[in-house]
Design a protein around this ligand. Structure first.
Ligand SMILES: Nc1ncnc2c1ncn2[C@@H]1O[C@H](COP(=O)(O)OP(=O)(O)OP(=O)(O)O)[C@@H](O)[C@H]1O
Ligand SMILES: [Mg+2]
Length: 292
């Protein structure tokens, strides 16, 4: 059952508090549903860190997203408000510990478009739209450097990777990088079909180099890729890096380096969460081979 993963993750991360949050979810949903007159509620499957339920409010399809971490909720709501006119779903209400969102219909994810690399074109279009945004309040968001600061700690993985990732980060820091409001987690499952368009959900509220927004996509959808041979992945990543760079006018070399940084970052997150690191290891080896 999908709830098992959420329950396990929340206890691993937040112990007693996480368990309490999970145990109180039915009560919380009940309270929100009664307060807003929401009907026909149905939880999404395969949830991992947040509890997400669809429903109807005044006959409009909506989504309730219950979020444990107050900072994450803050950044998500600020980013959704900022991206409102450039391709995110509408934020309808920000509550204490939850968000009410417009529901995308049909809501199928970009993962349904991976044949013939159609996902690459759509991703490029989404990035292009999001990164046109100029009028956002910088103090509402965090910086990518805050995320990259974990590279300064020691981690249980190859020393040369840690050394390399620090060099890459420092190289870009000395480059006077362009800064935009990023989505921050732009993988296939966070881009949903919305009528004839595609809209993003689940933004992270990070300011940084535009290249970062293609990195998560390059490695995803993990559920479909994690058992593939290294040769298959290597060809796929090379193709994606080349095409995205062409479409965005970016340097292939820079996008490869950024993808390597993201891979190491997600490897560290996996270590922190106590989840499997096999896929990150495989991706790091592939991207490293592109750089040497
Ligand atoms: N506005 C929306 N319209 C349609 N479906 C949505 C919407 N928001 C969320 N969903 C569905 O719920 C899933 C999880 O939502 P979301 O991506 O916001 O949370 P998450 O932080 O990724 O959660 P988790 O970490 O638990 O997977 C999405 O992959 C999507 O299937
Ligand atoms: Mg998501």
């Amino acid at each position: 059952m999908s709830f098992d993963t959420l329950y396990k993750n929340m206890i691993t991360l937040y112990e007693e508090e996480g368990k309490k949050w999970c145990d109180e979810l039915p009560e919380k949903v009940d309270h929100i549903v009664k307060h807003f007159g929401i009907t026909e509620t149905l939880p999404y499957e395969n949830l991992s860190y947040n509890y997400v339920v669809s429903g109807l409010m005044n006959n409009h399809p909506i989504v309730i997203k219950i979020i444990y971490d107050k900072k994450n909720l803050h950044y998500e709501s600020k980013s959704l408000s900022a991206f409102k006119h450039v391709g995110s779903v509408n934020l309808l209400y920000r509550g204490d510990g939850f968000l009410l969102l417009e529901k995308s219909i049909p809501g199928s994810s970009l993962a349904t478009m991976i044949d013939n690399d159609e996902d690459i074109l759509l991703l490029s279009h989404v990035i292009h739209q999001l990164h046109t945004l100029r009028d956002y309040k910088r103090s509402d968001f965090r910086n990518l450097q805050d995320l990259f600061s974990v590279f300064d700690q020691e981690w249980n993985f190859p020393n040369d990777y840690l050394h390399k990732v620090r060099l890459i980060r420092n190289y870009f820091n000395n480059q006077n990088q362009q800064q935009v409001l990023l989505h921050g987690d732009l993988h296939h499952d966070n881009i949903l079909k919305h009528g004839n368009n595609w809209k993003v959900i689940d933004p992270k509220g990070i300011i940084g180099n535009p290249l970062y927004d293609a990195t998560s996509f390059i490695l995803n959808p993990i559920r479909l890729l994690k058992n593939k041979e290294e040769e298959y992945l290597s060809k796929l990543f090379a193709r994606r890096i080349k095409k995205i760079s062409e479409l965005q006018g970016w340097s292939e070399q820079n996008l490869t380096a950024y993808s390597f940084m993201y891979t190491i970052l997600s490897w560290i997150w996996a270590l922190q969460d106590g989840t499997d690191i096999e896929y990150q290891q495989k991706c790091a080896n592939i991207l490293d081979s592109f750089m040497t």
